[in-house]
Design a protein around this ligand. Structure first.
Ligand SMILES: C[S@@+](CC[C@H](N)C(=O)[O-])C[C@H]1O[C@@H](n2cnc3c(N)ncnc32)[C@H](O)[C@@H]1O
Length: 433
């Protein structure tokens, strides 16, 4: 069992987890429990941290929980012969950074009495920022540990050992250091592109397409069942293997509105083969340059099998090259810095609905039944925070698709936007009927 601390838009984060791992449920408004033996954290776009659950308590205030943690880890680490770096993060408890730090100091003292040396990562707040966890490499080796102590909405508590925090340095580099960006076609954040790839591919992606190029989170089981009374019988941890995706078995993802290629980039990094197309030859050139840069900068074994200038409403992608999933940020219409007039909104909405509807009809004939899609389509936010949606989102069946049903979120929750944005991205997760 793993627990994930979800990102800024928790509904998207939990949807990504549910599609990827199936058995997922909310634990608190910002965390989710994932019933799996191994979690490929580095592939997730919508979780800030994740950890393997090592203990749970039916209820508990911070003092009681922290005493149990101190006792358990004093026993678990009594014989280690290396220096431990420890971070502690508390979520959903009414405590300050000082309170959490105090727990760490008591544990450090108890271990010192046993000649075990521990460096404590300072807490400015009850929970360490992902940036701090990442920079301290917490969760990535046996001697660098972060304990995630989380109170659920039902009052119960989970203690987890982190397997890593979002690699913000690499995400920023993938966003800002690529040679070609284009403010007009938009700046799809790499995290959102990762989520979209996972929302489309779902559990299909877990078997044979693990990334070869990202650091696998390697953790060791520190806490043994006898160290903590309420410990559940967790299975021994398997290392998150970094399996070499076999080229023949790699899934191929198509982005028919590829723009500057952010989705293709993230799909390649996750070990998928990619195909791209776009109406504008300039965009195809940009994608080519960006992917060349990606291959020079990161280790990428998957391949770009085709890149074409093509109108997605008419193009035939050809049956020789397979399409296993379609992931695209489609045409979003013009950008707005303030909500448009009703007449303008209707015009843009009609135009986008027409282009995306034509595309759905065109590609539907070319996809095998069961092919998954994740499409970002526009939804416009009014001044009072309500949304105007594309009419086609109401019945994708008309175009030959069914919606993927999720148990943790409603389709209307899959909206990505910042507070200052008028044009939100609505994520449609579909399957070719
Ligand atoms: C919102 S942008 C996608 C940006 C992309 N995610 C990126 O990484 O840069 C939409 C893209 O769709 C392309 N486009 C618009 N109409 C199209 C059509 N009918 N067929 C194919 N591409 C189209 C535009 O040229 C633009 O690059």
């Amino acid at each position: 069992m793993y627990i994930a601390l979800l990102g800024r838009q928790p509904a998207l984060g939990i949807a990504e987890l549910e599609r990827s791992y199936g058995k997922v449920r909310w634990f608190s408004s910002h965390s989710a429990l994932v019933d799996t033996d191994s979690l490929h954290f580095e592939r997730l776009g919508g979780s800030q941290k994740a950890g393997r659950v090592v203990a749970e308590f039916a209820s508990g205030d911070w003092r009681t929980v922290s005493q149990k943690v101190i006792r358990a880890y004093t026993a678990a680490w009594a014989d280690v012969d290396y220096k431990i770096t420890l971070g502690i993060s508390a979520y959903n408890f009414p405590v300050t950074g000082r309170d959490v730090q105090h727990t760490g100091i008591l544990l450090k003292k108890a271990l010192k009495a046993k000649n075990v040396s521990l460096r404590l990562v300072p807490n400015d707040d009850a929970a360490l920022l992902s940036a701090s966890s990442h920079h301290n490499k917490l969760g990535l080796s046996a001697n660098k540990v972060e304990l995630l102590i989380i109170k659920g909405d039902d009052g119960s508590v989970k203690v987890a050992e982190s397997i890593g925090a979002q690699n913000i340095t690499q995400l920023a580099a993938r966003d800002q250091k690529r040679p070609r960006r284009d403010a007009f076609v938009g700046m799809l954040p790499p995290k959102l592109a990762q989520m979209m790839v996972n929302l489309a591919v779902g559990e299909l992606g877990n078997g044979n397409h693990a990334p070869e190029n990202r650091s696998a989170a390697v953790t060791e089981q520190h806490l043994q069942p006898e160290h903590i009374e309420e410990m559940h019988g967790v299975k021994p941890l398997r290392k998150n293997s970094s399996r070499d995706g076999d080229a023949k078995t790699r899934l191929t993802i198509l982005d028919p509105f590829c723009g500057t290629g952010v989705i293709l980039q993230e799909a390649l990094l996750s070990g998928y083969n990619v195909r791209g197309s776009d109406l504008q030859d300039k965009m195809i050139e940009y994608t080519r340059e960006n992917i060349d840069w990606l291959k020079r900068t990161f280790r990428v074994h998957a391949d770009m099998t085709s890149l074409d200038v093509a109108d997605a409403t008419k193009y035939s992608w050809g049956s020789k090259l397979p399409i296993d999933a379609v992931v695209a940020e489609t045409y979003l219409g013009q950008p707005f810095s303030a909500p448009p007039s009703p007449a303008k909104l209707q015009e843009v909405q009609r135009n986008c609905n027409h282009i995306i509807g034509e595309f759905l009809t065109n590609i539907s004939k070319q996809l095998k039944p069961g092919t998954p899609l994740c499409l970002a389509v526009p939804a416009w936010r009014s001044a009072n925070g309500s949304f105007t949606h594309l009419p086609l989102t109401q019945n994708p069946e008309r175009f030959g698709y069914s919606r993927v049903q999720l148990s943790t979120v409603a389709p209307s929750d899959l909206l990505y936007y910042r507070e200052d944005q008028v044009v939100a991205r609505e994520l449609l997760v579909l399957v070719k009927a």
